[in-house]
Design a protein around this ligand. Structure first.
Ligand SMILES: Cc1cn([C@H]2C[C@H](O)[C@@H](COP(=O)(O)OP(=O)(O)O[C@H]3O[C@H](C)C(=O)[C@H](O)[C@H]3O)O2)c(=O)[nH]c1=O
Length: 200
């Protein structure tokens, strides 16, 4: 019975590893019918059955009106570091994680995944990683679960276009992204004394 139950939970969400250890791509099952679809976008028990036991305490939701809006690269420092489970509620975005854990074999490396209301994919980003995204459709809405509460005093950022990270945002040549003043003024990774340490 337990074996069948585990198999069922594995069918409810497919989990794919990435080149950055701990960053996972989740694909929850969608049950389609003539009306559209139903999907459990998050289920504690289903994820726990596959070894993901993060305790989410806050949901965030933002709308970005224009294509080419970049929000990021952000993090919260300990003791309020956040792991995030990110999805796209409407539109399309390219979600990016950057490893900033000192001594990590993938320190400064990035990966991106397209999340959309069509593909239903989610990105799980552990604490110790920068998070940011660029929108690829107008009126794109991002929805994400966080494992700690908003703590402005612990808020941190790194420039989206940091040459040492080298993220390919897919912006056409010569097209500037839409940024908040805060993001436009963010420091470079080389000037950040990262508060995170790789723990294997
Ligand atoms: C993050 C946050 C913000 N706010 C308030 C603070 C500001 O008055 C307003 C906009 O905040 P901000 O410009 O920091 O929003 P984003 O640029 O979307 O920042 C987020 O974008 C990247 C992609 C992230 O992963 C982080 O969750 C977060 O840094 O919302 C809150 O009240 N609670 C919160 O948890």
């Amino acid at each position: 019975m337990a074996c069948a139950k585990k198999r069922l939970e594995e069918t409810l969400v497919q989990i794919t590893t990435t080149k950055l250890a701990g960053v996972l791509i989740l694909s929850p099952a969608r049950f389609g019918d003539a009306r559209g679809f139903f999907s459990e976008s998050w289920n504690r028990k289903t994820l726990a059955a596959q070894g993901i036991t993060l305790d989410f305490v806050q949901d965030n939701h933002s709308l970005s009106a224009q294509i080419g809006t970049i929000r990021g690269l952000h993090f919260q420092s300990p003791p309020h570091a956040q792991a995030k489970l990110v999805r796209c509620g409407r539109g399309c975005l390219f979600d990016v994680a950057v490893d900033i854990r000192r001594d990590s074999p993938t320190y400064g490396q990035w990966l991106g995944e397209e999340l959309s209301d069509q593909n239903g994919r989610q990105l799980l980003i552990p604490a110790g990683f920068l998070h940011g995204f660029i929108t690829r459709a107008p009126d794109t809405e991002i929805i994400y679960k966080c494992t700690d509460y908003y703590a402005p005093a612990c808020d941190g950022a790194v420039r989206f276009d940091d040459p040492d990270i080298g993220i390919d945002w897919g912006l056409p040549a010569g097209v500037a992204p839409i940024l908040s003043d805060k993001d436009a003024a963010a420091p470079l990774l080389r000037d950040l004394d990262t508060p995170f340490v790789f723990e294997g």
